[in-house]
Ligand binder design. Structure first.
Ligand code: FES
Length: 150
């Protein structure tokens, strides 16, 4: 057991758990922020994508012991009132189908726009390539990102 202090969505938290506890479980079980989803648990699907120190990361592969002093952002912290341009574009394009992977998709897309505010379609497709959607909403995801950057 260890106690780790870090920030989540701008708030300081102090979490006591086993050092190798996945960040995903800390987010969902300890902090009750359930927008971040469990898909594969192996870093392969992107459903658990959050930002760590401003960069997208798979929270199922990050461990509590590595979070000391870091700043984590989940979908709940992306915007003050769910009004990030990506969130608005996601609604406008009616992007989700079952919705399960979509918070991870949005966090991955937000990472792209921080680095590259005006990506080409190819850049969007490449950046989003590792985030899996079993409903196959990929065309709407691309359209939503293009809408958000207009
Ligand atoms: Fe983390 Fe699939 S649950 S990448």
């Amino acid at each position: 057991m260890m106690t780790v202090d870090f920030k989540i969505n701008g708030k300081s938290v102090s979490i006591s758990a086993e050092p190798d506890t996945p960040l995903l479980w800390v987010i969902r079980e300890h902090l009750k922020l359930t927008g971040t989803k469990y898909g594969c648990g192996a870093g392969m699907c992107g459903a658990c994508t959050v930002h760590i120190n401003g960069r997208s990361a798979r929270s199922c592969r990050a461990q509590l012991q590595d979070m000391a002093g870091k700043s984590v952002t989940t979908i709940e912290g992306l915007s003050a009132a769910s009004d990030h341009p990506l969130q608005k574009a996601w609604i406008a394009e009616q992007t989700p189908q079952c919705g399960y992977c979509q918070s991870g998709q949005i966090m991955q897309a937000a990472d792209l726009l921080q680095k590259n505010p005006h990506p080409t379609r190819d850049e969007i497709v490449r950046h989003m390539d590792g985030n899996i959607c079993r409903c196959g909403t990929y065309p709407r995801i691309v359209r939503a990102i293009e809408r958000a950057v207009k």
